[in-house]
Design a protein around this ligand. Structure first.
Ligand code: NAI
Length: 390
């Protein structure tokens, strides 16, 4: 159980780029990072609108002189300070992740970056090399994978409780883009433009969450080939997609089916994960993150609750609230940020043994998300044909 006790020593000196007053994801970062006092927010270039960013930073308690107009100013100034930030989170639109991450690493600052990490695998490989040369961590905020019951599913798979894995059924759908974009917000505008979003819209925006979570539950499973069919129901979003289905063949013969869309009008189901084995299945949704459906063939369905002693140790170790009390998205983000802090502290003391055994969504997790997107686009562009996974 996690109870706020410090496991990483002094709070990491922390800054943010993006995640300003109107940013959708910024508060999730602050909720996660500040939960256990593991990070202290000391600096930021929070907003494209410098004045609004400064005002917002002040209201967050950041000193006036450490609320910067641009990330370049932040890096230049913080690098000169003895008490400059050690780690910066990047919560900006996709197109700027690469350049901001690269600049931070070059300045010797650890990075926490949003997904989809970058536009290409080649960029990921280059950044991984840079991070290794500098001895720095790049964490990636796949924010849903800190839920204790996600790790319950992983433990059940690892212990053979489902038998041989046969089917992987993944769905992340909503209807927020069912209408046209005539009065679209900035967040929708950049998501539907390839220059700012990258080669995908919903596949990168929400599909990467599905893919990474399935990797956490099934770390051994590798995709052999894949077919992606994507479409935009709103013409102005083309060539990007607001809907996609992906079929996947895995090396062990398992089959996968993934559906992402932002035009599922009226739907508030969000994410659903079902993993089917030869003996039993598990199903989990972020709409009810406290509950896991465990279905053994021929027996009544069991609903497992977070925090209960019958769960696997791997799940109980991540629980914060205890059974009966709601464990939610903020708790999941807190676990992600804690893992990243533990990785940074281990890197700082050159503890390779700890790092080798440590679970943390890092540069490799980000890279695999981008690789999956590249394969999806290659298939979709070939008229939704099967492609070997590369
Ligand atoms: P948004 O458009 O709502 O907010 C972006 C924020 O970044 C704004 O405050 C904007 O002023 C600021 N910004 C943009 N460029 C900047 C720059 N160069 N310097 C400083 N500030 C800058 O975008 P949203 O939805 O918050 O998404 C941001 C990133 O987070 C995206 O990569 C998105 O995919 C990801 N995201 C991840 C989620 C998750 O669960 N991990 C959830 C939502 C978004």
């Amino acid at each position: 159980m996690i109870n706020g006790e410090k496991t990483t020593g002094q709070a990491l000196r922390w800054g943010m780029v993006g995640g300003g007053r109107t940013g959708q994801v910024g508060y999730k970062h602050r909720t996660g990072a500040q939960r256990d006092g593991t990070y202290q927010l000391l600096a930021g270039a929070f907003d494209l609108d410098a004045e609004q960013g400064r005002d917002f930073g002040r209201n967050l308690g950041v000193a006036e002189e450490r609320c910067y107009a641009t990330y370049q100013e932040l890096i230049a100034s913080e690098s000169q300070r003895a008490d400059g930030v050690e780690v910066v989170s990047v919560a900006t639109p996709n197109f700027s992740h690469y350049e901001i991450t690269r600049a931070l690493l070059q300045a010797g600052i650890h990075v926490v970056c949003e997904k989809p990490l970058f536009f290409t695998v080649a960029e990921c490989v280059e950044i991984k090399k840079l991070a290794e040369e500098k001895g720095l961590i790049v964490g990636v905020t796949y924010g849903f994978t800190g839920h204790p019951l996600v790790h319950q599913m992983a433990a059940m798979v690892a212990k053979g409780m489902l038998g041989d894995i046969r089917l992987i059924d993944l769905q992340y759908t909503h209807g927020f883009n069912a209408g046209d974009d005539s009065d679209a917000s900035e967040a929708v505008k950049w998501r539907t433009n390839p220059k700012t979003s990258g080669p995908t819209f919903v596949l990168g925006d929400i599909g990467t969450h599905l893919y990474y979570l399935s990797e956490v539950v099934l770390p051994e499973l590798k995709i052999e080939k894949l077919l992606c069919d994507r479409k935009s129901f709103i013409a102005s979003r083309e060539p990007l997609e607001d809907h996609a289905t992906v079929l996947m063949h895995y090396h062990n013969g398992a089959r996968g089916r993934l559906w992402v869309t932002s035009v599922n009008a009226g739907n508030m189901g969000s994410q659903r994960y079902r993993f089917v084995g030869s003996k039993a299945s598990v199903e989990w949704s972020d709409a009810h993150p406290d509950q896991l459906s465990y279905e053994i063939q021929g027996e009544p369905i069991r609903i497992l609750h977070h925090g209960m002693p019958y769960l696997e140790a791997e799940s109980l170790a991540l629980d914060r609230m205890g059974a009966l009390h709601t464990e939610g998205l903020g708790d999941s983000w807190a676990n992600i940020y804690l893992w990243i802090a533990q990785a940074i502290r281990a890197q700082q003391r050159a503890d390779q043994v700890f790092l080798a055994g440590h679970h943390c969504p890092g540069i490799d997790a980000g890279t695999e998300g981008v690789r999956w997107l590249e394969n999806c686009v290659r298939s979709a562009d070939a008229d939704a044909s099967w492609v070997e996974y590369t």
